[in-house]
Design a protein. Structure first.
Length: 185
């Protein structure tokens, strides 16, 4: 049985974005025989996950809840996607978060929209950024750490870093990922 990556929208996320991400991830992970599926129902935000005074979501809390709710085999993965600001433990804004070798990851697409280099919203660039961050966080769930090569696993501090890194894995990460998925199957 193939490993499946489930895409779980959290609150409202534009359907066209989910469909596009599914297509892009399917293409990228085809070499690893991974299947990508969209979960039709949205995960609804729970009261304490939104910090009203600070106007952002608690990424850690959402990630932990996803992890607890996701009652699937360990080899499957779940990628939560939220169109709002999230912060992590250190109270900084995040594009995404995940735990190493866990089954869930979370990305926030809200800040991936901002400051397009040509001044107006560039849908293709927005989708590319989403793909890079989704791939990066999923990479962590398969045990990949940050990488200093020209690689999607490079750490991104800001949008410029996201735009600079490629959407693909370097050879080292590619082999590690292949091995990690193979051991699971
Ligand atoms: Zn990372
Ligand atoms: Zn790498």
């Amino acid at each position: 049985m193939k490993t499946v990556v489930f895409i779980q929208k959290i609150g409202e996320v534009d359907t066209s974005i989910l469909i596009r991400l599914k297509k892009n991830l399917s293409w990228l992970f085809k070499k690893f025989a991974l299947k990508v599926e969209i979960i039709p129902n949205a995960y609804s935000i729970q009261g304490d996950e939104y910090l009203e005074a600070e106007r952002h979501y608690d990424g850690e809390l959402i990630l932990n809840r996803l992890e607890n709710n996701f009652k699937s085999t360990i080899k499957n993965k779940l990628l939560g996607i939220i169109d709002a600001d999230i912060k992590g433990i250190r109270k900084i804004h995040l594009f995404g978060l995940s735990n190493l070798r866990s089954s869930c990851a979370l990305i926030s697409i809200d800040r991936l929209r901002g400051s397009f280099c040509n001044g107006y919203e560039d849908q293709a660039l927005f989708e590319l950024r989403i793909l890079k961050e989704a791939t990066h966080e999923l990479g962590h769930t398969f045990g990949l750490d940050h990488c200093t090569n020209e690689c999607v696993m490079k750490y991104s501090n800001n949008l410029e870093d996201v735009d600079k890194k490629p959407k693909d894995f370097c050879q080292v990460c590619f082999q590690a990922l292949k091995k990690s998925i193979k051991t699971r199957n």
